[in-house]
Ligand binder design. Structure first.
Ligand SMILES: C[S@@+](CC[C@H](N)C(=O)[O-])C[C@H]1O[C@@H](n2cnc3c(N)ncnc32)[C@H](O)[C@@H]1O
Length: 516
């Protein structure tokens, strides 16, 4: 094999035979086989519960036993399920191992379907089926994992897939493709897909995923952006090895899928710094990342330092924060390292001691989206977004960016002269406390029932302004009415309201109506 041109695990005719064998092994067929409860067990990775729903003896159930459950299967049943691919060919490709009349899968192969926007989990109608090849997870092969483990479709992969902006683009890049899951999604809306990885094993699995799924990608080996130096893309997605560690390397306490071999959050910092140079004008890059929350400074300050000077508008979502001990335990367990063993205790202590010495108060986890605008004054917004978002979340990013650009360009005077409307689905909630004078409002919030599902506190005056924002009255007219009702001057109300209104436009509670 030419390492620069990674090839699938089977040659062309072999892939065609495997595709023929897998033709009936689809998300729908597995749903029919397992029923609602069995499919739910599969989704949550509860293999013991799944087994109880696997009563039929059909080629599809044999494929489920082999490639999802990793169970030994009678060799003749395996041969029947894999026909027209022979078990010898499957063994030679490293997909199967046969011993004493029993066949066992070496790799996880599973059907995968893109969710219909707004209806997560439902396969897109008429879309060609996808099959994804990866290593088995620790639920099937208890860990510790091998250092060159190739990750299957995990929660992080799905998070990124749902957050990706799915507009049609000419050229897209999946950096750190692993099993190829992001590249599959890209192939639905990108004219050309390039996928890279530092791991040759991963690239061969991605090549097999692509070939089985009828996709064609330019696969390149190498670290970060090195394999695509000199090229630019309209969309870049990356679920990189973002774990904050003392600089663990694969094979030396680290794993390809998790550790970039650089201490702390240096890999994410370097990647974020380099991504603008790989974007075409107007291009977008989206990556999952972890960052250090230092003891001494707010997390957003660190992110602003990473992002300044890149010529990109940026939205950073801090979705979760973990304290160091929780974080270390999470990632040791993720790799199947076993609590209670001497090796676990040694790694846990070394990792946590390093975190303490490095002054790490916590680790932020989230998504970074960069839009190349080449603006002299880019909008860089870093915020905590812990709420449950309406999925797919990527659908809300373009509108956020358009509102940010609008806010960046509009003066306060022009904002006052603009027509705004309160977005559909905004709900106001009030909490009243009984006082001597009767009911007194102690909390008043606005909540979005769709999209980003923001919830913000507002006072009576701002709530009244939003009630008046119907797209027909200019903001200064509404401010004048409010000022009169409060017995205040328009200037005072304006000064207090403008920053709040800008924030509400940024979050999408208010939308610019057609200017008139
Ligand atoms: C967390 S996995 C993500 C796999 C897949 N894209 C997904 O979304 O599930 C990270 C991938 O990055 C690869 N990787 C690790 N270090 C890398 C580097 N320096 N440059 C490029 N890829 C790297 C790993 O081999 C692994 O396949």
């Amino acid at each position: 094999m030419n390492p620069d041109r990674p090839s699938a695990l089977l040659d062309g005719p072999g892939i065609e035979r495997l595709r023929a064998a897998l033709a009936g092994y689809t998300a729908d067929a597995i749903h029919d086989l397992l029923g609602i409860a069995g499919t739910a067990a599969l989704r949550r990775g509860d293999l013991a519960a799944l087994r109880r729903h696997l009563t039929a003896d059909t080629p599809v159930s044999t494929l489920v036993r082999l490639f999802l459950l990793g169970e030994p299967v009678d060799e003749t049943a395996a041969a029947r399920a894999l026909h027209p691919l022979t078990t010898d060919a499957a063994c030679a490709a490293g997909l199967l191992a046969v011993s004493a009349g029993a066949a066992r899968a070496v790799l996880d192969i599973r059907p995968y379907a893109e969710a219909v926007p707004g209806l997560p989990g439902l396969p897109a109608a008429a879309a060609p089926p996808w099959w994804v090849v990866s290593d088995f997870g620790t639920d099937v092969r208890p860990g510790p994992l091998a250092a060159d483990h190739v990750l299957g479709i995990g929660t992080a992969a799905l998070t990124l897939a749902q957050a990706t902006i799915r507009s049609p683009v000419a050229a897209a890049l999946d950096l750190g493709t692993g099993c190829g899951v992001q590249a599959l999604h890209l192939s639905r809306h990108a004219g050309a897909v390039t996928a890279t990885d530092i791991s040759h094993r991963a690239l061969r699995m991605a090549a097999t995923t692509a070939a089985l799924s009828g996709a064609s990608w330019d696969l390149r080996a190498g670290s970060l952006l090195a394999p695509v130096r000199g090229q630019v893309f309209d969309l870049i997605v990356a679920n990189p090895p973002f774990v904050v560690s003392p600089g663990l390397r694969a094979g030396d306490g680290g794993y390809d899928y998790r550790d970039g071999g650089l201490a702390g959050d240096e890999l994410c910092r370097r990647l974020v710094g380099a991504l603008p140079g790989a974007l075409a004008p107007g291009g977008v890059a989206q990556l999952l990342a972890n960052w250090i929350i230092p003891t001494e400074a707010p997390w957003a300050e660190r992110l602003h330092e990473w992002l300044a000077g890149g010529g990109c508008d940026v939205w950073v979502w801090q979705r979760e924060v973990a304290e160091p001990a929780e974080y270390v335990a999470l990632w040791l367990r993720d790799a199947g390292e076993l609590p209670g063993t001497a090796a676990y205790a040694r790694r846990y202590d070394a990792w946590l001691d390093w975190m303490t010495a490095a002054g790490i108060a916590g680790i932020g986890m989230g998504l970074i989206t960069l839009w190349r605008t080449d603006s002299a004054v880019p909008a860089i917004v870093c915020e905590d977004i812990p709420q449950a978002l309406e999925q797919p979340a990527g659908a809300y990013l373009p509108a956020w960016h358009a509102r940010r650009r609008w806010l960046g360009e509009i003066t306060d005077d022009d904002l006052l002269n603009s027509l705004l409307r309160t977005a559909d689905g905004v709900v106001r909630t009030r909490q009243d406390l009984r006082a001597d004078t009767g009911w007194q409002t102690v909390a008043s919030t606005l909540r979005q029932s769709h999209g980003m599902r923001w919830e913000v506190d507002v006072d009576e005056a701002i709530a009244a302004l939003l009630a008046g924002c119907d797209g027909r009255h200019r903001l200064h007219e509404l401010v004048a009415v409010l000022a009169a009702s409060l017995g205040a001057t328009s200037d005072d109300v304006t000064a207090a309201a403008i920053p709040v209104l800008r924030d509400l436009v940024g979050r999408g509670f208010l939308e610019p109506a057609a200017s008139g």
